[in-house]
Write a protein that binds this ligand. Sequence first.
Ligand code: PMP
Length: 423
Amino acid sequence: MNAVRPLVAREDFPILARPMRGDQALVYLDSGATAQRPRAVLDAMVDFDTRSNGAVKRGSHLLAEESTVAYEEARAKVAAFIGAAPQEIVWTSGSTQSLNLLAYAISNATAGRGWGNADRFLLRAGDDIVVTRAEHHANLLPWQELCERTGARFTWLDLDSEGRIDPATLAVIGRRTRIVAFTHVSNVTGAVSPVAQIVEAAHAVGAFTVLDACQSAPHLPVNVRELDVDFAAFSGHKMYGPTGVGVLYGREELLADLPPYQFGGSMIERVTMEKTRYARPPARFEAGSQPVTQIVGLARAVDYLSAIGMENVARYEDELTAQLLAGLGQIPGIRVLGPRTGAGRTGIAAFTVDGVHPHDVGQFLDARGIAVRVGHHCAQPIHDFFGVPASVRASVGIYTTSSDIDAFLDALSQVRGYFRVEG
Ligand code: PMP
């Protein structure tokens, strides 16, 4: 196979120059867990902290003013990146918090707080919340727990023989379904979900849709208007930004009726000892001081991705994925979990090696400077579906090269021999 021309300058990512385990080059194939940050992102954060750091919306001085401007400019940038309006972007600490925020806010509506038109979020015993078997625990447990709190029924879309969400199971979405929460891209199989079909089925019964865009926002063009989802969550650290920052997108008219879930500074209009009036979204959901440095870093990461163009990112990663899957298909004893072709999937490949425990595979690769993820990747139900407790996962990013994939495949082809597995 012809080598794919690199998409970005490797030097843009300082960590990639770090020698690993002796003096070996780093082959970083764990971007699905967390991506590395370009120097531009690191510099933007240092620059903000050395020049502008002040309390957002809390002061009359220049530094506070500059910080507030940076905070809101970042919001506008991230909104534009996903085709949303700035007031539809709520800052969180990551996808996990975004999804918990939403589930707890819905609980507060159900607890009858008499908030605006919050009745639209009411859950009654006998209502359903639908997820899929392909979810990361972050988009599963908040809904399972919400069912426990409200008496709603927890149910799910199932998978086809390749491990893709099976549209034939859409019939579980019915008259009593209030919420359908699903991933855009599986963090185990890399499969892209049939978003349009799920959204259509959900909206036909008046249910809200919640998209986990954690594994899509860094790799595919994501436009929440075109996808027509009501809520979406993603994390900064998976899209070349820092940890500690993420986003909950919510359709403006829905956020307007959603009660807050955390209470404190910055989220009020007026507080008296008797009663409090809360701010409009997004401030209503941003209680307390926010991670402004990280927000500035995320905005810079979005600039970096936008300068490349998400269509180009997707095309580039498709080529690497084809190389990765073709190579895995040629190594005896490898079982890829999920679709084996590049069509309709992104650059994530989870697999098992016959006769070798995933942790041993991980250590073998690590000793050669190759970073992959091993374990259940916070997605036990889909591992149960494949009948394995754990797997090895290689995942690509914009800085991954053809030679990274070659180095990985070459090392992997030696694993069974090293561990003296017959056959
Ligand atoms: N959803 C998916 C699909 C993920 O891959 C992850 C991270 N592995 C999450 C949610 C949770 O993201 P975070 O840990 O950044 O909150």
